[in-house]
Design a protein around this ligand. Structure first.
Ligand code: ZN
Length: 145
């Protein structure tokens, strides 16, 4: 793509801004996608936990109702299963926090990279960035004086 505007500072600034916009959208949509994924994971783990707690309750109740002998071994197994699920829920919640933290970090980096140096102020009041030939606001040609 070699059009006559190639090399124009104005156009490259616009292009830069556009690319930056796309990168922000990419970071945001990746964050949303991963957040939804991990939240679904947490939902299904919580459901698993509810089911296991219900199983545990049922088996204890059966001991009472049918005057069965209390099977301590299976109750212990069920309890450690629940504990295990709880651990996974905590891990997922930590993962959720990291997803958000990473997105914030990436956005911060992008801001640092894409922020050009302000070297002057245009007659219209807008800030003029290093190396630009035209004002971003009023498109007046920048004269170096
Ligand atoms: Zn201006």
């Amino acid at each position: 793509m070699s059009d006559i505007f190639d090399g124009s500072d104005l156009l490259s600034k616009i292009r830069e801004g556009f690319n930056k916009g796309i990168r922000v959208v990419n970071i945001r949509s990746k964050e949303v996608y991963e957040t939804v994924k991990v939240k679904n994971q947490i939902q299904s783990l919580k459901k698993q936990k509810r089911n296991s707690v219900e199983d545990l309750g049922n088996s204890v109740y059966r001991v009472f109702k049918h005057k069965n002998t209390f099977d301590e071994e299976s109750v212990r197994a069920k309890c450690s299963e629940i504990e295990n699920i709880e651990g996974k829920i905590e891990q997922s919640e930590e993962q959720l926090r990291l997803v958000h933290e990473n997105a914030q970090k990436e956005l911060g980096k992008l801001k640092a990279i894409a922020k050009p140096n302000v070297v002057a102020t245009c007659e219209c009041g807008a800030e003029l960035y290093e190396g630009v030939e035209f004002c971003n606001n009023c498109f007046r040609k920048v004269t170096s004086n």
